[in-house]
Ligand binder design. Structure first.
Ligand SMILES: [Zn+2]
Length: 418
């Protein structure tokens, strides 16, 4: 992927971030209760965003909302099915409540941006899944078949925003100023955003993972399917998709023997890949191989974010291995300029044990609203990597919002709490 395309993807996500935050702030300035109803967020969160917008939140920097919208990861998730899209093109749906009708122009502006982004990625399903979170081919087909202009015109017909916000109090607590009073690094904000998950989403993720893992069997191809003595020349018989996958894995320095273990059922043999790797990707001093994942909280979160993207691609119909390599590739292009994460280590230390149910599991931290990978038998009480980063002063500390009592009194209650 070219550098320009990589930058364009982040710009697309940031534009929607900006529009979403601006829309929430705009409605919150008019009426916080309407804002909570329209964007389906807790009232206290609408109050907090309003306070950030007016500068009433003295504990956060003045440009906090600007920082928030420039986070290089989506602060939203798509909330649109192919049925919604069809309906949108046919008729105008009423807003959730009559008093929200006055906000239709704001919602239309946001929806137009979302639809525009979908139209741009509709012909590339993997990109659409990784950039916009699309998990349905039916939706992509519906977008391709509809005329672009009419889709943009119809964006005002939806009676609600076509995206949901991922913002939560826990996220905002971490996002702005570290415990030392320094601004939080944007890359760190992106990692927090990408691994944030509500308890309900976590339950769904765990269930879906169990279903996939059970239906696909172990991540490794079954040994019975291998036919090591067939004498085939696998590199000549590979399907284009498999060949592309093998080349990508070789370029990320996955050992040929590990590729053979993962793709044994497709007749791939390590001995043929070794020469290919040494000729095409000669060994250089590679930093990717020297950093274990488990000893570092940031890398654990990055590994989790790759696995979450993998799950999105699996829902789209990719095989677990193909989904993993595509998700890793996307992560390296957009979020890992320092090459902190290595594919061979990710495969060996996290993915294979996770799929073979050997000690590695998904966990959820209620303090951070974060999902992360962990050992089944925890090694320390401070297990959550986000909590570790807060402890090491890389992120902001938690404020009093968890115990915040929601009230229709709005800003007045906020002033008491802050
Ligand atoms: Zn935590």
């Amino acid at each position: 992927m070219t550098h320009t395309k990589s930058a364009a993807i982040l710009t697309d996500q940031k534009l929607v971030n900006e529009e979403l935050i601006a829309s929430i702030a705009e409605v919150a300035m008019i009426n916080v209760q309407h804002c909570a109803d329209l964007f389906e967020i807790p009232l206290s969160l609408a109050q907090r965003i309003r306070a950030l917008h007016t500068g009433a939140d003295t504990e956060s920097p003045r440009n906090a909302l600007m920082d928030l919208s420039t986070t290089p990861a989506p602060l939203w998730r798509l909330s649109l099915s192919s049925y919604d899209l069809m309906r949108m093109t046919c008729q105008q749906s009423p807003m959730f409540a009559p008093e929200l009708e006055r906000y239709r122009p704001i919602v239309a502006r946001l929806n137009r941006l979302v639809v525009g982004m979908l139209v741009r990625y509709a012909n590339e399903p993997v990109q659409a899944a990784l950039v916009c979170g699309v998990t349905s081919h039916a939706l992509l087909k519906a977008v391709q078949e509809a005329a672009c202009i009419s889709l943009l015109d119809c964006a005002a017909n939806a009676g609600r925003p076509l995206i949901e916000t991922r913002l939560s109090h826990a996220m905002l607590d971490r996002f702005f100023i570290t415990c030392d009073g320094q601004p939080v690094d944007p890359g760190m904000r992106a990692i927090v955003a990408m691994t944030s998950s509500t308890e309900h989403e976590f339950t769904v993720l765990k269930h879906e993972f169990e279903v996939h893992a059970a239906s696909e069997g172990a991540f490794l191809a079954p040994q019975a399917a291998t036919n090591r003595r067939s004498g085939k020349a696998p590199s000549f018989l590979l399907k284009p998709d498999d060949a592309r996958l093998v080349m990508k894995m070789l370029s990320y320095r996955v050992k040929p023997i590990d590729i053979e273990r993962c793709m044994a059922d497709r007749g791939i043999r390590a001995i043929q890949l070794e020469r290919l790797q040494s000729e095409l990707f000669p060994k250089t001093k590679d930093v990717r191989d020297v950093q274990p994942i488990w000893s570092n909280a940031t890398r654990r979160l990055e590994a989790t974010s790759v696995l979450l993207k993998q799950q999105v691609l699996i829902s789209l119909g990719l095989s677990p291995l193909q989904a993993l390599v595509e998700a890793f590739d996307f992560h390296v292009q957009h979020h890992d300029a320092d090459a902190r994460l290595s594919l061979p280590r990710l495969l060996k230390e996290v993915v294979l044990p996770l799929y073979s149910r050997e000690a590695v599991v998904f966990e959820h931290c209620q303090d951070c609203d974060a999902v992360y990978v962990s050992y089944e038998e925890r090694m320390s009480t401070l297990d959550c990597p986000l909590c570790c980063l807060v402890y090491r002063k890389k992120l902001g500390h938690q404020r009093r919002w968890k115990n915040y009592v929601e009230s229709r009194a709005g800003a007045q209650t906020y002033a008491l709490a802050a």
